[in-house]
Unconditional design. Structure first.
Length: 99
């Protein structure tokens, strides 16, 4: 659950738990269900069968304009790609720990 001033974002994979939680909140507080998440705090969310994609283009553009950097050239992020998801001893790493 994420609360920001008067915005509430609830995410739960178990639909039964989600329904009960939402019912409780709607009884306790005056609120409107806006349906599936599309935008929250200037972030755009797209739901796919594999998961949720988060876009922050609007926020990034706003920050670039704020610091007069919207006309700067892009640069490659200095990070490695295709890093193996196993430790040196061959043990698998749980990638969900950091998602």
């Amino acid at each position: 659950m994420c609360i920001y001033v008067d915005d509430l974002l609830i995410m739960e994979s178990d639909q039964t738990k989600f329904g009960k939680f939402k019912e409780f909140f709607m009884v306790e507080f005056k609120m409107t269900d806006l349906g599936m998440l599309r935008y929250f705090l200037e972030m755009k969310f797209i739901e796919l069968s594999q998961g949720i994609i988060l876009y922050q283009r609007k926020y990034a553009t706003k920050m670039l304009k704020k610091f007069c950097m919207e006309n700067y050239n892009i640069a490659v992020t200095p990070t490695k790609v295709n890093i193996p998801t196993s430790k040196n001893d061959g043990e698998e790493i749980d990638g969900t720990l950091y998602e």
